[in-house]
Design a protein around this ligand. Structure first.
Ligand code: G16
Length: 544
């Protein structure tokens, strides 16, 4: 079994984005492209010889090939052991759990999350560190620097290894262990939530639900937990057989891309509870009968009710949310007397706060919610959390949402996405608003006065690192906000995200349509940023 050194040249487009490197499959299929990035990861790391690397992905097209490449390279570079999910499959939260449980050195996760898959779809790769979470910016920057100076990579000349049977096999001097990560993950969930109570609710005859895995990685986990352990009937679970092309769909659990589930949930005979997860299992969408819970509200409700679950009965230390996420959770934190942190978009920014024990729950408007149990957001965890609340409170999702607003008021919230727009136009739009900057302060739009207009920067309270240019904020004196960002996860042109938020405390105004409640702010964003002009679009691609 020969270790070989292959000469290569740098690619200039391997800068990790919000969550690793995401590109079209064809880009990854260029000779040496994947290998360059993997070697650059290893080059950016130190002291990993003989240690354990976790490898797995969301099962999309190119997953199996990439895993064979990575395993050979890990062996050639001196890792002692690789833990691989059976079939090459690991949901992102399960990968995080495996890294932590086995005290691995780190992990390589193959996923482009919610982006479509297949030969013409997207692929992605990211590195997670030993706490189980995405590599912080100092490491992703070092990886990027390595991609720009790489001249050779190391691999082995060996046949493919068997990924489908649990057990160990040697690969050069490295041991490969194929593991059943589904049961590990299910057991972790059982320590956090009251499975007996959820089982009783599900089998009470008074409750019905649907879960949509969108043909992606969560399917096997949902079957094991919801069906085998909690007793839902098989027809409750939709699209639970993972496919390499995710059934041709766009596995992003939101009101547009999870349309089949949304249609089921918005009739007079809908089930009581509906939920979906994304390509790699870290996102979630929560629905009730004729009712959508925004991810921002979901975070606030989980925080306010955490004491009703066994895993969080002792209380939560603090809450972190990304800056564009609504401030609904802030009100809960205030009432509970705990800390609230506002971080840039990207789960990697939660890692230090979780490790330091400063926060227990984290959430993002981008359909991500999670806790200190792993260092990734976790789709099924959020579903089980909601089921636990429903089992204890025995109220409908809409009633839980309504009573939350009665107590805390409502943060009306929406995100408008302009997907795959011309990158130059989007850049010009952002430059325009950035230039307007502080000159907007004191100006009045739609009866509101601008209190602050800036480019969000974050100083990590644990390690002092600074992250700048994390989104343009226009904040009004009444607390309403417009935020503009360019997505760091798209693979085509640019995706412009505009976030709108305003707070309402009047009890009789808590049940308006969100778009109507935000009409003024939507108009102000057009007036300031000239969105139609710069994007060439009349309307957003996706409204959530
Ligand atoms: C990733 C990150 C999230 C982020 C989301 C959207 O999620 O892990 O933290 O909120 O992308 O990022 P952007 O607005 O830059 O597109 P995922 O589920 O795609 O891995």
């Amino acid at each position: 079994m020969n270790r070989i050194e292959i000469s290569t040249r740098p690619f200039d487009d391997q800068q990790p984005g919000t969550s690793g490197l995401r590109k079209k499959v064809q880009v990854f299929q260029q000779p040496h492209y994947l290998e360059n990035f993997v070697q650059s990861i290893f080059n950016a790391l130190q002291d990993y010889r003989g240690k354990v690397l976790v490898v797995g992905g969301d099962g999309r097209y190119y997953n199996r090939h990439a895993i064979q490449v990575i395993l050979r390279m890990a062996a050639a570079n001196g890792f002692g052991k690789a833990l691989v999910g059976q079939g090459g499959l690991l949901s992102t939260p399960a990968a995080s759990h495996v890294i932590r449980k086995h005290a691995a050195f780190g992990g390589i996760i193959l996923s482009a999350s919610h982006n479509p898959a297949g030969e013409d779809g997207d692929f992605g790769i990211k590195y997670n560190v030993d706490n189980g979470g995405p590599a912080p910016e100092r490491i992703t920057a070092a990886i990027h620097a390595e991609t720009l100076r790489i001249s050779r990579y190391l691999t082995l000349e060996t046949p493919d290894i068997d990924l489908d049977h649990v057990g160990g096999q040697p690969l050069g001097e490295m041991q490969v262990e194929v593991i059943d990560a589904v049961s590990d993950y299910a057991e972790l969930m059982q320590t956090l939530f009251d499975f007996d109570r959820i089982h009783a609710l599900i089998n009470s005859g008074l409750f019905s639900m649907r879960f949509d895995a969108m043909h992606a990685i969560t399917g096997p986990y949902a079957v094991e937990i919801l069906e085998n352990r909690l007793g839902v009937t098989p027809d409750t679970l939709l699209n639970c057989a993972p496919r390499e092309d995710f059934g041709g769909g766009h596995p992003d659990p939101n009101l547009v891309y999870a349309r089949d589930l949304v249609d089921i949930m918005f009739t007079s005979h809908s089930p009581d509870f509906g939920a979906a997860s994304d390509g790699d299992g870290d996102r979630n969408m929560i629905l009730g009968r004729n009712c959508f819970v925004t991810p921002s509200d979901s975070l606030a409700i989980l925080a306010a009710n955490a004491h009703l679950t066994p895993g969080y009965r002792q209380g939560i230390a603090g809450i972190a949310r990304s800056m564009p996420t609504s401030q609904a959770a802030d009100r809960v934190a205030e009432k509970l007397g705990i800390e609230l942190f506002e971080t840039p978009t990207g789960w990697k920014f939660f890692g230090n706060l979780l490790d330091a024990g400063r926060v227990t729950l984290c959430g993002e408007e981008s359909f991500g919610t999670g806790s200190a149990h792993v260092r990734e957001k976790d789709g099924l965890w959020a579903v089980l959390f909601w089921l636990n609340l429903l089992a204890v409170r025995r109220e409908s999702v809409a009633d839980i949402l309504g009573s939350h607003w009665q107590t805390y008021g409502r943060n009306y919230y929406s995100r408008h996405d302009y997907e795959a727009v011309d990158a130059d136009g989007a850049g010009q739009l952002m430059a325009r608003v950035r230039e307007l900057g502080t000159s907007l302060k004191g100006k009045r739009y739609a009866g509101r006065e601008i209190a602050l207009s800036d480019d969000f920067a974050y100083v990590d309270p644990i390690d002092g690192s600074i992250s700048e240019h994390q989104g343009l904020r226009i904040i009004f004196t009444d607390g309403s906000r417009i935020v503009l960002r360019l997505s760091g996860t798209g693979t085509q042109g640019a995706t412009l995200r505009i976030y709108f938020e305003r707070y309402e405390a009047e009890r009789e105004r808590l049940h308006l349509d969100a778009q109507q409640a935000l009409t003024d702010l939507i108009g102000v964003a057009e007036e300031i940023a000239k969105i139609r002009h710069y994007t060439g679009r009349d309307a957003p691609t996706v409204i959530t």
